[in-house]
Design a protein around this ligand. Structure first.
Ligand SMILES: Nc1ncnc2c1ncn2[C@@H]1O[C@H](COP(=O)(O)OP(=O)(O)O)[C@@H](O)[C@H]1O
Ligand SMILES: [Mg+2]
Length: 292
């Protein structure tokens, strides 16, 4: 089958693993940079242009859209829909997953457990929300953050206001969230492909750090999730409509809480920690979808 992976770079670990997994299974697999793609509506000549020329359409596409190119990525996925090319990323699900607050709202609407969270648009709102939360530290987040960069811990009202002030310069809103202290710098990443949890790892933040992102130096080890936790992750991914998802759970005294759902989860950390051929699972899922 002809498979196109939309990705910024063929040399990225996740992308090169998908290419390898596709070729191992006898598929013609290539990588297209969506940053060079323009959707074109042109009657009979409607196409996805690559550097101005119509792209030869694959039988199935696997979009891998980074957080800094969401809007162009979404336009490319919509064009695949327009052209009737099956793929593995629902455009609404991508946009939802990229907004941490909107995702948590949808999860809460599905009665799934999420941390206590408030969305604020000004330092004044931050102050009143903090008083209502009644306890410090409080976690402050940018709506769109990756690799833990837009996530900070405020230990006092003064620190909270200063961090929020800084974040509100970057984006027009911030998230305040209860700090789950008992997680002790640990979280769980479950990797979902279709309706299956294919791998899971526990991440542990570096000494002196509360963010358990691999990019922030966290260590990772394979874990076996209980059926109940697997079911929670699958329901969360389904609620957002993300087919290939990295679901993050944080352990708390109230049981595991859903933190976020990544729509283009990286493969390197989790394939290394678990030795599961996740790239292979994604290829097989895409091929099956195209054959439906
Ligand atoms: N409310 C919280 N309590 C405790 N730790 C948290 C909380 N929110 C985030 N963290 C830690 O920070 C990490 C990054 O937060 P996250 O919301 O996933 O942002 P990003 O999208 O940048 O990864 C999480 O993986 C977790 O380890
Ligand atoms: Mg995260």
């Amino acid at each position: 089958m002809q498979i196109t992976i939309f990705s910024r770079g063929p040399s990225l670990y996740s992308t090169s693993r998908l290419v390898e997994a596709g070729r191992t299974r006898g598929h013609q697999t290539k990588v297209i940079d969506h940053a060079c793609c323009s959707p074109s509506l042109h009657g009979e000549k409607t196409a996805l242009l690559l550097n101005g020329k119509p792209l030869k359409l694959p039988e199935v596409a696997i979009p891998r859209i980074g957080a800094n190119i969401t809007s162009r990525g979404a336009a490319v996925i919509r064009q695949l829909d327009t052209l009737g090319i099956p793929h593995t990323m629902d455009v609404q699900a991508l946009l939802l997953a990229r907004d941490k607050m909107a995702s948590l709202q949808v999860l809460a609407a599905h009665h799934l457990p999420v941390p206590r969270t408030v969305l604020c648009f000004s330092v004044r709102e931050v102050r009143t929300a903090a008083l209502r939360m009644e306890q410090f530290p409080i976690v402050v987040k940018l709506l769109e953050s990756t690799h833990g960069v837009g996530v900070a811990l405020a230990r006092s009202l003064y620190e909270l206001e200063r961090i929020a002030e800084g974040f509100l310069h970057l984006q027009d809103r911030v998230i305040l969230q209860e700090y789950i202290e008992e997680s002790d710098g640990r979280d769980i990443r479950a990797f979902i492909v279709g309706n299956r949890v294919v791998a899971a790892m526990e991440r542990k933040a570096m000494e002196g750090e509360f963010r358990a992102n691999i990019h922030r130096g966290a260590s990772a080890r394979a874990v076996q999730l209980s059926e109940k936790d697997k079911d929670l992750c699958l329901r969360a991914a389904a609620a957002l409509g993300v087919e290939v998802a990295g679901v993050d759970l944080i352990p708390s005294n109230r049981g595991p809480l859903l933190m976020e759902i990544n729509a283009s989860p990286g493969l390197e950390g989790i394939e290394t920690a678990t030795e599961v051929d996740i790239a292979g699972a994604i290829i097989e899922y895409a091929v099956n979808k195209a054959q439906l």
